[in-house]
Design a protein. Structure first.
Lengths: 189, 479, 384
């Protein structure tokens, strides 16, 4: 890349001063008289008089996380509301941060015998890699809540137990049907 | 927005993601209302300044001076400087595609719950924060406690005193009193500015030295050298204007840039007869150009703006601060003292803008329409509009200075010196010589011609100076 | 006079400390002190499976994490003697080049920021955020991507993503152009950067420079061209070269590389073939979820892979890729026990940082800032 010498206008600072101020002034007036579109997706902000402001007022306006976003964990419920998890320890094994703690227990009446008595994730230790989701053979843990782990005031509060993790829409796979001994009221989709 | 199950979970936790987009009509109405309110507010302030001066003027000449001090320095400069701390952030936000500060709210007042109010409450929050911060004095500064505490005052006081000679309105009769919005009408006029401005050196040097901090010391040294060098240029750039106007008094300069009292009166009479826009304004050059200072002194104006920017240590000349190199001469100050340094900088900005307005932008004069205004209202109202015009021009200059501040990278210390001594000083000397020569040869008319040609030359120079071939258009090495 | 700059100093992004000896404002000597960001990368990775090392690599150069992911996984694949699918190669190049753009944007923005042109920084950040949004749609996270897998990548392009990328790239280039307008020909900027921190080509090679800093001195060495990996040999791009190796060249070179990477991204989008994104070999890659849920073989393979990790035969490899700041090398040693025996990273930042005292000697203290920024030291990769 050969270096080019400055032209006289550039030498006197003037030309670039005018150009630089022009860029800023353009932004300024566009943004001052523009119409701030709060759509969080910057590329979708189109229309009459929309200005260039690309930030959002965070707590009032939030950007929705994209569908594949690795957010806060959830334990996926079955149709009957119990966790799909069978306490196989796969996620705990795969976790590079060792932040999943599971204690297994047994159901009396079901074909699926094992279930987690305790299932805790330390969201402070978690490095949000998503390996647990990948490792689960039962699709029992997901990171599709669309939120991030909330801020907490003390460390113990960041350890989420089974009850707070178990939420969101139930999931049923065709391969699961055989595993119910007691017929369900709502037939699985 | 809440159709997908995941979005619903997020909604449960945090509430709706996006407030509804405001309707275009409503936004338009809001914008128009906001600007109208802004203009009305400025007009009200203009009226208020005059009214305060008139009120105090009832108490005799000393009262008049006190009134001007209250009105101009305590209200105009102080409030503008305080608001500028906010405007700087808000305007820079607009230049940089941001929303800008908006988190401080006045939620305790019922009607203002959760309204950002364009960030104005931040001013309040900042002041409160500075007031209640610990006033920390480093151990090394304890030996020189007096000097250490004196430095912020030395920075603060002169900045405000500078405004004393700036005329904001002509001499008018307002509410039955003969007043002029100007604190001091003195013969030495602008020399007062140069004299006081150099006091700022003491503040920076003292702050840097007493802080007992190496980085602050570097900042103080840089500041002293820079300020003293630019004093020279600052003075010389204005000499051309002195020649053109033949006076040092700012109020004289302002008066010369528009119609003088009697001329205005006769113009009003003429306008009543011949229609508003057919009056020949004596002060207008070539029939259409207001005879403002920038017409006579293009080079002087540009150089003065640059030198003033350097003199008040704002970017791109902020090496004494240089927050990413040495943190600045006020590194060890905390709380209100550091606040004084900051506000002094903004006050200086206001003063510089006021001086530029007075000398180069016609001061309080409205172009072309003064007789019309008088004919439809009266002289008192004209003065209100003139104060308004002054404030608007001043705000414009401040805006330009802020754009400069955000557009450019910082100079290096030795480059500032080179710019000051090797470029600006010769050019301003040349300007002085040229102005003097032309003035002797052809008078003010000649100066106007010279100014016009200079403007054309500058514009042509900027537009036509060929941009050297861009680096990325050059051939690449590759294989 | 000795001045301590850092570890918490406005210009020392990435915690580093510089002990600077001054004579007036001239730097006599400067000693960089690193280690404030040391995370024990090599040691921690000895205790995790080959797969679990991946998240650590995100945190090496946290401005262009995908390039690190790719580099590491290519090493593991070389140990295993396998090759990923063609589509995944394109995906890796695509995401890697986006990362390169974000890295260079950050660097350019930081140069502007530290020189006082705050606007430049925010324009660069605006452009970078646009790209990071695309990255987060693709990988699931803005910075901690952990996106590559042995034999492929974790996720395919989401629906509509390609169009989104095509929409936002012009805006990114527009903002880059505005940065260009504000800085490149500005005399203040040129005075601050030209002839500052000059290093000759021989010296740069001696110091072990790679990447933009080496190319700024005029040495034509880019791993993507010199030893093409993935599908770089099918891409049509140029390697910009500097002439004098000063700060200005390093800056302008990065600006130009953004444009070249933009070209590569567009070519990738055009050439990308359909197909699987992960190899179908259950010894190395997790079986598809359908098999895991529905068949006993799938579950078995899945369990084995998760509990034991990928079985890597004993051996030793060194792979090098073109990171955003230079040659990013991974030296992997395996003893066949399912966990790495040793992993060493050749972070491009370390040799460059070690030359910092040489670069800034004799310059004013104000010049330290542009030099330090233009070498773009990333704490995470210097101090693994
Ligand atoms: S996301 Fe990663 S770190 Fe977090 S729990 Fe899952 S496996 Fe562990
Ligand atoms: S969440 Fe999945 S991987 Fe973890 S224990 Fe439960 S079933 Fe096993």
């Amino acid at each position: 890349m050969p270096r080019t010498d400055l032209s006289p206008g550039e030498r006197l600072y003037l030309r670039e001063a005018v150009r630089g101020m022009g860029v800023l002034a353009r932004h300024f007036w566009k943004n001052l008289f523009g119409f701030r579109d709060p759509a969080p997706e910057v590329m979708e902000r189109k229309g009459r008089g929309v200005n260039l402001v690309s930030t959002i007022n965070y707590p009032e306006e939030r950007k929705e996380y994209p569908p594949g976003y690795r957010g806060m964990h959830r334990l996926v419920p079955r149709l009957d509301g119990k966790p799909r998890c069978v306490a196989c320890y796969m996620c705990a094994t795969a976790c590079p941060a060792q932040c999943i703690y599971i204690e297994a227990g047994e159901y009396e009446e079901e074909a699926i015998e094992k279930y987690p008595v305790r299932f805790e994730i330390d969201e402070l230790r978690c490095i949000v890699c998503g390996f647990c989701v990948e490792a689960c053979p039962k699709d029992a843990i997901r990171m599709d809540t669309g939120t991030h782990a909330p801020a907490v005031l003390s460390r113990p509060l960041a350890v989420f137990d089974k009850e707070s993790l178990l939420r969101g829409p139930a999931v049923e796979h065709s391969t699961d049907v055989l595993t119910y001994r007691v017929p369900l009221k709502t037939p699985p989709r | 927005m809440i159709e997908t199950p995941t979005a619903r979970l997020a909604f449960e936790d945090f509430g709706p993601a996006i407030p509804p987009r405001p309707a275009f009509g409503r936004w338009l109405a809001g914008t128009i209302a906001g600007w109208t309110a802004f203009v009305a507010f400025l007009l009200f302030i203009s009226w208020l300044l005059l009214a305060i001066a008139a009120l105090f003027a009832r108490l005799g000449p000393i009262g008049a001076a006190v009134g001007n001090i209250v009105g101009l320095i305590l209200i105009l400069v102080m409030v503008t400087a305080t608001l500028l701390t906010m405007a700087d952030r808000k305007w820079s936000a607009l230049m940089q595609d941001r929303v800008g500060p908006n988190r401080a709210r006045l939620s305790i007042i019922p009607g203002l719950r959760n309204r950002p109010l364009k960030g104005i409450p931040h001013v309040l929050a900042d002041v409160l924060k500075m007031l209640f911060k610990e006033d920390f004095i480093p151990e090394g500064a304890m030996n020189n406690k007096v000097l250490f505490n004196l430095a912020p005052l030395l920075a603060f006081a002169p900045a405000f005193m500078l405004f004393a000679i700036v005329p904001v309105s002509p001499e008018v009769t307002f509410l039955g009193q003969r007043i002029q919005l100007q604190v001091a009408r003195v013969d030495w006029g602008i020399l007062y500015v140069f004299a006081l401005a150099s006091l700022a050196v003491f503040a920076t040097a003292l702050a840097g030295w007493t802080s007992d901090n190496k980085l602050a010391l570097l900042g103080g040294l840089r500041a002293s050298a820079q300020l003293i060098s630019y004093e020279v240029t600052l003075g010389l750039t204005l000499v051309g204007a002195f020649i053109a106007f033949g006076t040092l008094r700012l109020e004289e300069m302002a008066r010369l840039q528009g119609m003088l009292g009697p001329a205005l009166r006769s113009a009003v009479v003429l306008a009543a007869r011949a229609g508003d826009f057919l009056v020949r304004d004596d002060s207008v050059l070539f029939g259409w150009l207001p005879s403002w200072g920038f017409v006579y002194q293009p080079i002087g104006m540009i150089l003065f703006l640059v030198a003033a920017q350097a003199e008040i240590k704002r970017a791109p000349f902020d090496t004494p601060e240089g927050e990413s190199e040495i943190i600045g001469y006020f590194l060890e100050y905390s709380g209100l003292k550091s606040g004084l340094f900051l506000i002094a900088e903004y006050a200086e900005t206001v003063v510089v803008a006021g001086i530029v307005t007075t000398i180069f932008l016609g001061g309080y004069h409205l172009p072309f329409i003064e007789p019309t205004v008088v004919r439809h209202f009266d002289f008192a109202w004209l003065s209100v509009f003139q104060v308004f015009a002054f404030i608007v021009k001043m705000l414009f200059i401040i805006w330009v200075m802020f754009v400069v501040r955000w557009a450019f990278p910082r100079f290096r210390y030795d480059q500032i010196m080179r710019l000051g001594w090797k470029m600006m000083l010769p050019i301003s000397l040349f300007n002085v010589a040229l102005t003097a020569g032309i003035f002797l040869w052809a008078g003010r008319e000649g100066l106007a011609w010279m100014g016009g040609i200079e403007w054309l030359a500058i514009i042509a120079f900027v537009a036509l100076s060929a941009r050297a071939p861009r680096a990325e258009e050059a051939p690449h090495a590759s294989h | 006079m000795t001045v301590n700059l850092g570890p918490s100093h406005p210009a020392m992004h990435g915690t580093v400390r510089l002990i600077v000896t001054l004579d007036g404002e001239t730097i006599v000597e400067a000693v960089p002190e690193i280690g404030f960001l040391h995370r024990g990368f090599s040691k921690s990775s000895e205790h995790s499976t080959w797969h679990q090392v991946l998240p650590y690599t995100d945190r090496l150069n946290y401005v262009s994490p995908i390039l690190n992911n790719v580099g590491y996984i290519m090493g593991v694949e070389k140990l295993l003697g396998i090759k990923d699918t063609e589509r995944s190669q394109y995906l890796r190049v695509l995401a890697g080049e986006i990362s390169r753009i974000t890295d260079h944007l950050t660097c350019i923005g930081a140069i502007g920021l530290e020189l006082g042109a705050f606007t430049v920084f925010l324009y660069a950040m605006e452009a970078r955020e646009l790209l990071w949004d695309r990255i987060s749609e693709l990988t699931g996270a803005r910075v901690t991507t952990s996106w590559t897998r042995v034999g492929g990548v974790a996720s395919d392009l989401p629906p509509g993503w390609e169009q989104k990328l095509r929409d936002c790239l012009p805006r990114v280039m527009e903002l880059t152009g505005e940065v260009d307008t504000l800085l490149t020909r500005n005399r203040i900027f040129i005075d601050r950067t030209r002839g500052i921190g000059v290093l000759s080509a021989e010296e740069a090679v001696d110091w072990g420079f790679t990447g933009p800093c080496l190319r700024a001195t005029g040495v034509n060495y880019d791993v993507r061209k010199a030893h093409p990996y993935l599908v770089y040999d099918r891409m049509d791009f140029e390697v910009p070269l500097g002439a004098s190796g000063d700060t200005y060249d390093r800056y302008i070179l990065r600006l130009e590389e953004i444009r070249q990477s933009h070209r590569i991204v567009l070519q990738c989008l055009e050439q990308m073939p359909p197909g699987p994104i992960l190899i179908d070999d259950w010894r190395y890659a997790l079986p598809p979820k359908k098999e895991v849920f529905g068949s006993i073989e799938g579950v078995m393979a899945h369990f084995k892979l998760i509990t034991e990790g990928i079985q890597v035969p004993p051996g030793e490899v060194y792979v090098y890729t073109e990171g955003a700041n230079g040659e990013l090398g991974f030296h992997l040693v395996s003893n066949g026990k399912g966990k790495p025996y040793a992993i060493q990273v050749r972070g491009p930042g370390l040799p460059i940082l070690s030359a910092l005292p040489r670069l800034i000697k004799g310059h004013a203290i104000a010049d330290l800032i542009p030099i330090f920024d233009s070498i773009n030291m990333i704490g995470g990769e210097v101090e693994q």
